[in-house]
Ligand binder design. Structure first.
Ligand code: FE
Ligand code: CA
Length: 509
């Protein structure tokens, strides 16, 4: 009976010969709204974007079985009356009935609109945008950068506001989901424990992606994504997780987590994970104005120095191993890829999109120096090599954009920390968190007082950053919600900074 009703539903739009054989294995019907997790686009180039959706089953506890044919169309107009490309994708159980379409042959620097159709049901129409051609002289670009959307600690009002921004793309820099429940004053609940299987990670993404404000941000802009730790397990490093004693067991958890990440992100088919690994780092070009490097600082990093995974909050004082030059944050291949990319860079600005605050933060008191092992401070020599890479680029202006620390920061990045005479090689901005709770106001005050290259810090607020580029300057706005606990919260610009081309360093606008 179930099979018949699916056939009746699909028959109205699809040619039966193409899908009937596979449908014989169907065991559960599609949901009344198969697009209940929304649609998304990502990885924009001058001629291509990736379109994404995932089909939902009628009963969320029974995954879809058979492959399902999904039609897609991309058009030059919102009413979908000028279609430019269309096709059919197959959603398979092995990939959670997610759909990733690599659309090619588009024109540079254009808005496009797209829609999926399955079983006679249409998804909402969503917007995307290609990048300007490499040769185009671009007068202005704009990107938001955001991270850390713990579902329980607040609503995604920031995502709704991000949908309304004028952007070339959203940069989402990690902690898209949270593995764990934590924090105060929850407004809603995961309802399940920490995911460790592929199935449980899929369910966690489905929960997060059921949020309409998050769907709105995806439907308004192409997203460029990387991950941090909470997509897998808190503070993990390569194959070591503080919560999972056995690395072999943890790699199985990680494989499921990486696969679920790919399944739920607008990432190309070429990035589909194999085994426990997934290459995520990538490079983008936006005309003559910006080159964007997106890196992965989790998958290949050295284990914590001085066994910090066994130390509460991973704080290190007097740990010589921290300074070992053999320690890596990116792994040798990614480090070499980044160095060669920076060497060949030729746009006006370099953007480095990464997970966490890069600037050194000494959290000690008086003569004691204390560093957080999970951030770049756990890998100071790797950071030093990265700063040399930035300094060696023919492009003089690099902005480092980050997340992870649940607070807003602006920092000068000198060629060597702790040396007043060291020239600045880049300027850094960390765009707060969408919902996740940050450190205390006193902690931020102490860090600012002790680390003079930290030029601005703000905690107790949620939102995101927007960076607007022109050939002569970058302007960074920190957008802050009135209240993360209210779904319809307003948003405001808390502070604005400029970086003049050719003169790295934070200036208040
Ligand atoms: Fe986070
Ligand atoms: Ca994190």
């Amino acid at each position: 009976m179930q099979r018949r009703s699916v056939i009746a539903g699909l028959g109205s739009v699809l040619a039966p010969a193409l899908w009937l054989p596979s449908l014989a294995r169907a065991d559960t019907p599609l949901a009344a709204d198969p697009f209940g997790l929304g649609v998304a686009s990502g990885r924009p180039t001058a001629t291509s974007v990736v379109l994404w959706t995932r089909l939902l089953a009628d009963d969320p506890t029974v995954p879809l079985g058979a492959p399902v044919a999904v039609d897609w169309t991309i058009a030059e107009d919102e009413r979908m009356q000028k279609p430019v490309r269309s096709g059919r994708a197959t959603a398979e159980a092995a990939w959670a009935h997610s759909v990733h379409v690599d659309v090619e042959g588009l024109r540079p620097n254009r808005f496009y609109w797209y829609r999926f159709t399955v079983a006679g049901k249409q998804s909402p129409v969503a917007r995307t945008r290609t990048a300007p051609d490499v040769a185009e002289r671009v007068k202005a670009l704009s990107f938001s950068f955001a991270s850390c959307q713990q579902y329980e600690q607040g609503y995604y009002a920031a995502q709704r506001h991000m949908a309304a921004e004028e952007l070339n793309a959203v940069l989402f820099l990690g902690d898209y989901i949270y593995d764990i429940s934590w924090g105060r004053e929850h407004v809603r609940h995961h309802g399940t424990g920490r995911p460790t299987s592929l199935r449980e990670f899929r369910d966690r993404y489905a929960l997060y992606k059921s949020d309409r404000d998050l769907q709105a941000a995806h439907a308004a802009h192409p997203w460029i994504v990387t991950w941090d730790d909470h997509e897998v397990a808190n503070d993990y490093a390569d194959d070591i997780s503080p919560t999972d004693a056995d690395p072999e067991q943890f790699l199985k958890i990680r494989a499921g987590a990486y696969q679920a990440f790919w399944e739920h992100m607008p990432l190309p088919n070429a990035m589909r994970p194999a085994g426990a690994g997934m290459r995520l780092y990538d490079r983008y070009r936006f005309g003559d104005l910006a080159e964007l490097f997106v890196i992965d600082d989790r998958q290949y990093r050295s284990h914590n120095a001085c066994h910090a995974e066994q130390i509460r909050n991973r704080m290190l004082t007097d740990c010589a191993e921290r300074l070992d030059p053999a320690r890596t944050m990116l792994g040798a291949p990614q480090e070499a890829w980044l160095a060669s990319g920076f060497k060949q860079a030729s746009a006006r600005w370099n953007l480095l999109a990464q997970q966490t605050l890069m600037a050194e933060v000494d959290r000690g008191k008086d003569g004691t120096h204390t560093y957080w092992a999970d951030g770049w401070d756990g890998y100071p020599m790797a950071r030093q090599r990265l700063l040399e890479t930035v300094a060696a680029s023919p492009v003089r202006d690099t902005l480092v954009l980050g997340g992870d620390v649940h607070s807003f920061w602006a920092a000068d990045l000198p060629r060597a920390f702790g040396r007043a005479e060291a020239p600045l090689v880049a300027t850094e901005f960390v765009g707060g968190s969408i919902t996740a709770q940050g450190p205390s106001a006193q902690a931020v005050k102490d860090r600012l007082a002790r680390n003079p290259h930290l030029r601005y810090g703000k905690t107790g607020a949620n939102g995101y950053g927007v960076v607007a580029l022109t050939p002569t300057a970058a302007t960074v706005s920190f957008r802050v919600l009135a209240s993360v606990k209210e779904q319809d919260s307003g948003i405001d610009t808390a502070v604005r900074f400029t970086v003049a081309a050719g003169r790295p360093g934070v200036q208040r606008a």
